[in-house]
Design a protein around this ligand. Structure first.
Ligand code: F6P
Length: 198
């Protein structure tokens, strides 16, 4: 059995403003979440943590890695958050007001909708799978793996393990105070949404 711990980065400045995309940093609350994760995983051996290239995932991974001896952090651009094109940096509300057609398009078919100048869930699938292949190639078969990812990316990763209709994928619950523990066994797979702070 190998365990995959699928974590979302801690709270960012953009999260508190309900803003899309960007490369913002963790808030003090996000840093506390990273510390709580580090504490939670201190007794679980994790030799490699995979992140995206975005600050928020690296800032979440660092305290966790610091409690592991040794632990490498590998940043993969394939795990970067969905690129929202013309909506990058806008709040959901601003996007709705300035480009109502974007909100309408997403509401009609969120999985297949592609942001003008950016990506959609369907078009990012290929690169996320490529990232996941790298994760499994670089991780050892009998060791635990952690991925610190993003809301859309983690939905895509989970969908490779859960059998979900494509339409449901963009709505999978990806909170910031819990992580998905995926047990990968040749005969059985199990999933658990685990809270990491008491
Ligand atoms: O947490 C914000 C965020 O990661 C955005 O950067 C991204 O566009 C969004 O979540 C993805 O979620 P949804 O597809 O539900 O808007």
């Amino acid at each position: 059995v190998r365990n995959l711990f699928l974590v979302r980065h801690g709270e960012t400045v953009y999260n508190t403003e309900n803003r899309i995309g960007g490369d913002s940093s963790l808030t003090p609350r996000g840093e506390e979440q990273a510390e709580a994760l580090a504490e939670h995983f201190a007794t679980v051996r994790i030799p490699i943590i995979f992140t995206s290239n975005h600050r928020r995932t690296l800032q979440t991974a660092r305290p966790i890695a610091a409690r592991q001896e040794p632990c490498s952090i590998i940043a993969l651009p394939e795990l970067n958050e969905i690129h929202a094109g013309v909506c990058e940096g806008l709040t959901y509300e601003e996007a709705r007001q300035k480009m109502p057609e974007v909100a309408r398009g997403r509401a009609a078919d969120k999985y297949r909708y592609v942001y003008p100048g950016g990506e959609g869930y369907a078009t990012m699938a290929e690169r996320v799978v490529r990232g996941l292949k790298k994760v499994f190639y670089l991780g050892n078969y009998d060791e635990n793996i952690m991925i610190v990812g993003h809301r859309a990316v983690n939905r895509m990763i989970l969908s490779r393990f859960l059998s979900r209709q494509e339409e449901e994928i963009p709505y999978i619950y990806i909170p910031q105070d819990r992580y998905y523990h995926i047990r990968i066994d040749p005969y059985k797979r199990s999933f658990e949404l685990v809270p990491y702070r008491s």
